[in-house]
Write a protein that binds this ligand. Structure first.
Ligand SMILES: [Zn+2]
Length: 84
């Protein structure tokens, strides 16, 4: 099976509950994933030089749009079983 197909099957869609286990241990936990809409990530995605990155939102925060972690790589998050 191709790497591309595997990635498609494992796609994190906007609004999915995900578990962050990336390089910032102080932020490890459950988040809602949204595509990172900053300029850098947008340009990288548009040019095809990098995978789509995500920004992670705390689902329990008072401000639902308060973003906790930016520019998160796909490898740093896993879809939560809570989606199933
Ligand atoms: Zn970004």
């Amino acid at each position: 099976m191709s790497d591309t197909l595997l990635r498609t099957l494992d796609l994190v869609e906007p609004g999915d509950l995900v578990l962050y286990h990336g390089s910032k241990p102080e932020h490890h936990g459950l988040y809602l994933a949204q595509p990172c809409d900053c300029l850098d990530c947008g340009v990288s995605d548009y040019l095809g030089i990098d995978d789509v990155r995500y920004r992670l939102v705390d689902p329990f925060a008072d401000d639902p749009y308060a973003c906790k972690v930016h520019h998160v790589r796909r490898e740093s998050i896993t879809r939560s079983a809570a989606n199933a």
